[in-house]
Design a protein around this ligand. Structure first.
Ligand code: PLP
Length: 351
């Protein structure tokens, strides 16, 4: 059949989401989900929700949530936009700021959705290479991103789990003649974050998600913070009702419960530290983790083998083929029991 698609879409491979396998007794550590349940306030809000409300459209702007976010950071509703997951916000940002004559700069390696969104826009991608051993930046951001209209800074980065130097990010925000979108999907697990740059610099957007630290990957909710002019422009691009009614209610309930967030983040950080130490004892190289996952290279540098051995034991982690990333596996930080099982399997292979 003749293709009616734009050639760029025919050529597109499409984004490959992490596997959601249906295997009994599976230990699932491949998509950076939270091993703990969401805030009990979420269940209470859902129980209270009257399904008859569903015949109505949701608030198109999700203003209750925008107000809650604004109150937390001491900004205004006009500085906040909500999305159907941060992937939805990323789609809006790429639509808004990239085109064949408006390149995007991305860290390499980084979140594999960015090049897919760039390809949909037929926008050139400028890769800012990270050191293949440490995954730290080689060179100055200002020089590496030169010519881009949009720079994606993923902090902490995925799949490497480490964070760019905060002072270098601020220097870049101040000097870059383009939009800096700081994807902070994992910031709640990190030692620091860049949220204040969104209020300080009018070319900066900071993105957050409820998928990781709030245990709400299934609800699909994220938000971006930035100058009202940027937020206004993105509002024009979003689907009219991009966050459904139930998700808005769930998001407000989870966001208000800081105690549950802090407890789960603390548990994950403690497990992360313990697991990193155990992996190092087995001869793994572990990139300094700031996220809810570990990027670790086995003693033989064969990530695919480690992935395969774990999979045979029904422990699913993520493997990214490639000369540099292929030396590693990415392990989401699960519960202590899940980790004990993972370590048991790895000890059987590498000791
Ligand atoms: C760096 C990064 N940004 C954004 C996302 C998407 O998050 P969401 O579930 O909010 O769409 C992910 C998900 O894995 C991610 O790793």
């Amino acid at each position: 059949m003749k293709s009616y698609f734009r050639p760029a879409i025919d050529a597109l491979a499409g984004y490959t989401p992490g596997e959601q396998p249906k295997i009994d007794n599976l230990i699932k550590l491949n998509t950076n989900e939270n091993p703990y349940p969401p805030s009990p306030q979420v269940a209470a809000a859902v129980a209270e929700f009257m399904s008859r409300n569903l015949r109505r459209y949701p608030d198109p702007a999700a203003d209750r949530l925008r107000d809650a976010v604004a109150a937390r950071y001491g900004i205004k509703r006009e500085n906040v936009i909500c999305g159907n997951g941060s992937d939805d916000l990323l789609t809006m940002i790429f639509r808004a700021f990239t085109a064949p004559d408006r390149p995007v700069a991305v860290l390499d390696p980084s979140y594999s959705l960015y090049p897919v969104l760039a390809a949909m826009q037929e926008a050139p991608v400028i890769r800012m290479p990270l050191d293949p051993a440490t995954f730290e930046l080689r060179g100055r951001l200002g020089e590496l991103a030169r010519g881009a209209n949009l720079a994606m800074l993923t902090r902490p980065n995925a799949p490497t789990g480490n964070s760019l130097d905060r002072a270098a990010v601020e220097e870049f925000c101040a000097e870059f003649d383009g939009i800096v979108a700081i994807d902070e999907a994992y910031a709640d697990f990190a030692d620091d974050n860049c949220m204040e740059f969104a209020a300080k610099y009018d070319n900066v957007l900071v993105l957050r998600t409820f998928s990781k630290s709030y245990s709400l990957a299934g609800a699909r909710l994220g938000y971006a913070v930035g100058h009202p002019v940027l937020i206004d422009g993105l509002m024009k691009l979003k689907d009219s009702y991009n966050v459904d009614m139930l998700t808005q209610i769930i998001g407000c309930a989870a966001f208000a419960d800081e105690a549950t967030l802090n407890a789960h983040v603390a548990a994950i950080r403690a497990t992360r530290a313990r697991r990193a130490a155990e992996l190092k004892k087995l001869g793994f190289t572990v990139i300094p983790p700031q996220s809810n996952f570990l990027f670790a290279s086995p003693p033989d540098g064969d990530g695919e083998r480690a992935f395969g051995e774990l999979r045979r034991a029904a422990v699913i982690v993520r493997y990214f083929p490639g000369k540099i990333t292929g030396r590693f596996i990415r392990i989401s930080v699960g519960t202590d029991a899940e980790i004990d099982r993972l370590l048991e399997v790895l000890r059987g292979v590498y000791l």
